[in-house]
Design a protein. Structure first.
Length: 126
C-alpha cells in the first residue's frame, strides 16, 4: 500500500502494518486506520493516518518518562507530542495517552483521571 505523507513523502508499506483505531483519536474520531513510523534513531514515533495521510501525530514512549505510568496488557503507551521550535516548549500529553498493541494491530486513546498526569508535560527541562 502507498500513501503520500506531508512529513515523509511517499510511504510504501504492507497491510500487516496497519493499526486499527476503532474509536479514532480524540478530535479525529473519523480516522480509524494508521501506520506507526519510526525513522532510524529519531526521538519520536509518528502515527500517520492512512485515510488522510497529511495528518500525523508525533508520539513519545511514556515509559521513558514514568516507569509507573498505567499500562494496558500487551500494549505500548505513547503520549502525543506538541512540537515547538524551542525545545523547552515541547510538551507531551500524559492525560490522554495512546495505547498500541502491535501484535493485535489495535490502538486506542483514553483519559487517565489522575491529577499528576497533565495535558502539557514539558518533555525537556534545563
Amino acid at each position: 500500500m502507498k500513501i503520500q505523507t506531508h512529513q515523509f513523502g511517499e510511504l510504501d508499506f504492507g497491510e500487516e502494518l496497519i493499526l486499527d483505531f476503532p474509536s479514532g483519536l480524540f478530535g479525529f474520531e473519523q480516522l480509524k486506520k494508521f501506520v506507526l513510523i519510526k525513522i532510524g534513531e529519531e526521538l519520536f514515533y509518528w502515527l500517520n493516518s492512512i485515510e488522510q495521510p497529511e495528518i500525523a501525530f508525533p508520539l513519545f514512549g511514556i515509559s521513558v518518562i514514568d516507569e509507573n505510568f498505567p499500562v494496558e496488557k500487551e500494549s505500548e503507551v505513547f503520549g502525543i507530542v506538541t512540537l515547538n521550535r524551542d525545545p523547552m516548549q515541547v510538551t507531551i500529553n500524559l492525560k490522554a495517552p495512546v495505547y498500541i498493541n502491535q501484535n493485535g494491530k489495535l490502538g486506542y486513546q483514553k483519559i487517565i483521571d489522575k491529577e499528576n498526569y497533565p495535558v502539557k508535560y514539558h518533555l525537556f527541562v534545563e
